[in-house]
Structure formats: C-alpha cells, structure tokens
Design a protein around this ligand. Sequence first.
Ligand SMILES: CNc1ncnc2c1ncn2[C@@H]1O[C@H](COP(=O)(O)OP(=O)(O)OP(=O)(O)O)[C@@H](O)[C@H]1O
Length: 226
Amino acid sequence: MESFTITSKKVLTLVLVIDKAEQKVLLGYKKRGFGAHLWNGFGGKVEPGETTREGALRELEEEAGITVKTEDFKKAGILLFQFENDPVALETHVYKSYEYQGLIRECEEMRPQWFAFADVPYDQMWEDDRIWLPMLLNGQDPFYGRMYFKRKPVEDTKEIETTVTSVVNTSTSTHVNHSTTMTGTSFTTAQPKSGPFAMCDYQLEHSLQGVPREIALDGTIASFEN
Ligand SMILES: CNc1ncnc2c1ncn2[C@@H]1O[C@H](COP(=O)(O)OP(=O)(O)OP(=O)(O)O)[C@@H](O)[C@H]1O
C-alpha cells in the first residue's frame, strides 16, 4: 500500500434523503465537475469556518433545493477515499435524513431523482457506493470505510482481469482485496463508464457502537461524536 500513503485530507460531505414509507432514496445526477455523469448523494467541500453538518445542509439546499431540520439530520458514517500516488485523501462525512422540507428542484450541477431501493443505479455510481449505500438504506449505520482507487489507464482497450485474492468476512466487517491486472478499461457492466478511477481495495466496518467524527492520517478512527 506504499503508493496510498496520505499526508493530508480534504473534508467533503454526502447527504442521502430517504422516503422510508415508499422505500425510496433521493439521488442527484452530477452534470459537471468531480464525478460528472454519475448518480450520487448531495454534497461537496466543507468551506472554511463551517462544520461538516453545516456544509452538508448547505450543499443539500444548493443542489436539491431542500432543507432538513437539525434533529432529523443524522450522521451515518465517514468514508476515506484514497487515490494511488495522491497524498491528499478525501474524508467524506455521510449524513442521512428521513424527512425534508421544501420543493426538490434541479440546479446547474445536479439533477435530483427518487429511486426505489431495488432500482438504485449502482452501475452509474462511484464504485464504493454499492458497498456502503445498501448498509445505510438497511439502517446498518454508523459505518466507517476506507476505499482505494487507481487511475484507469488512458487507452480504452478491451479486457480487465480481476482476481479476488482475499476475502475476510465477519458479521460487522468486510475486507476485500482485489488484485487487478490493468490490461484494459472495459468497466462496462459493473463499474461506472465515465469515472477515471477504479476501486482496487476497500475496508468497511458497519453497525459501529459510535459515530466516527474524524479519521486520522494513518486511517484509524481519530475520535467519535459525543
Ligand atoms: C471516490 N469515491 C466517491 N464515492 C462517492 N462519493 C464521492 C466520491 N468522491 C467524491 N464523492 C462526492 O462527490 C462530491 C464531490 O463534490 P464536489 O463537486 O467536488 O464539491 P463542490 O460541490 O464543493 O464542488 P465545486 O467546487 O462547487 O465544483 C461530494 O459530495 C463527495 O462526497
């Protein structure tokens, strides 16, 4: 994991609004920027002077036009995204709400749409979403995950061979180690076509006793929320 060493991190947010009665989740189609052409929750960078909660609520209002009351807004977990040969990790604070106020509307960055839990378009989302989003939808939060990404080769050749070298599965944690032979970039069925990165490894712990507040640079949980 030498090439995945990190020296700093950027703090991001990701918000999932859920209609529990209808078993639907609100996602947004990202029209531009990082993760363009993928469906995802709403969120973005936390601005100076803002808490992660404030940043998450602001992005939800900007990108989907809706607000959530503080008491309904729950921290679901933290995901640390690490990229090969990039010392800056993305520490993403994930929030969820079963309630919202206002009218959902599109903006120049995001097109919101409701999806039944069974119809979430995982093949058009970041690859890590299919790992943690089902847990969030099933109420198995709080969770903590670390996801590792490699840049896809530029040339668009045909095949990709993926070998699962180790799988460790316990009731509350999953660790999968993929060794990927990067002979091609045909990520057609299982992976997003448009993203320049491929996930090569991840760790996830869910149903944690507490809600992680921060991840240290060595990847461990630095502190829990009170
Ligand atoms: C690598 N695997 C990933 N899996 C799932 N989600 C991911 C992600 N990597 C980034 N994300 C999310 O994508 C949004 C980017 O936000 P991003 O557009 O960069 O921020 P912001 O809106 O502040 O940008 P502008 O500066 O306005 O363009 C933000 O919610 C962030 O949590």
